[in-house]
Design a protein around this ligand. Sequence first.
Ligand code: AMP
Length: 355
Amino acid sequence: MSKFDIKDILANYDKNNLTIATVCSHSSLQIFNGAKKEGFNTIGIAVGEKRKFYDAFPLAKPDEFIIVDNYKEIFSLTDELAEKNSIIIPHGSFVEYLGPKNFLNLELPTFGNRNVLMWESDRNKEREWLEGSNLTMPMEIKNPKDIDIPVIVKYHGAKGGKGFFIAKTYEEFKQRIDKNKSFTIQEFVLGTRYYLHYFYSPIRENAYKLSKGSLQLLSMDRRDETTIDEVQRLGSIQELEEIGIHPTFVVTGNIPIVIRESLLPKVFSMGERVVEKSLKLFGGIIGSFCLETVVTETLDFKVFEISARIVAGTNPYASGSPYSEYIQNNLSTGRRIAQEIKFAAKHDILHEILS
Ligand code: AMP
């Protein structure tokens, strides 16, 4: 959908009575809680009855629910949502359940720049963007026969690390690979993982300044992944592999974390370069995004993935993080998104942060 269409839809919106809407999953508690703190109406789009669950969290319960049988039904609700001046906040599950192509066609104002999808969902384009930003990514191994270091094999489109496996030799690779799926082979980077949560505003100048707008670091987390993170309770990985038990990377939760303070300038520099490149490539990665990194023992960052919207790793910080605390008390990513929308509505520049 073009900016022109968005402006058309926004022209009919009552800017003093906006609604923040999202799908009830992933980071929705935080998004609703943040929106309420900033005085917005809230709508939760739920597949199946979910009211009872949200009753347990009154401060994160949307004012209104729209219950659907499946996510595609959202397309028949666009008029109703537009009448309520709804702005959609996409999160990982939202885009996944709807499908990236369908998401692109959703005719409702959506927080962030939807053009990012084609750069994020295609691994080759993602590499072009990140390496073009002078970030170091894990080395890619094109031919499995060349495996002579530990590698991680990733299936395309697999979410949450599903099916990924580690191989140290071509033989191991052959034993484990599912030839019916397309895959990428990456060097397995040894080090500690940090998932860095940024917020880029093209319309505010009150943070780390970029050529246009400014950048914040709101928090960081580490993912809890089963069974790789706990497998050693049972024995060494080698022992277990011998009896056919292989570690997996399915995300089950998120752990709050901070990084050595001396690494923060590098963290900002990486975020800066990714945003500046995105401005040139597709008009900018707007709002929250996350760089998934490994810090090596030489204190270098290797970036293995980017997520271009709010990540579930921000959920430990509903009432702020050790970083957002230096910006404002009680500032979650969900609340920061609501603030950005509020500021843009006030200055009549919503089209600059929505697509
Ligand atoms: P991804 O779907 O790319 O986020 O990968 C899922 C998980 O696999 C990550 O959260 C990491 O724990 C791990 N991982 C991914 N890429 C690498 C890499 N190149 N080296 C080491 N671990 C990785």
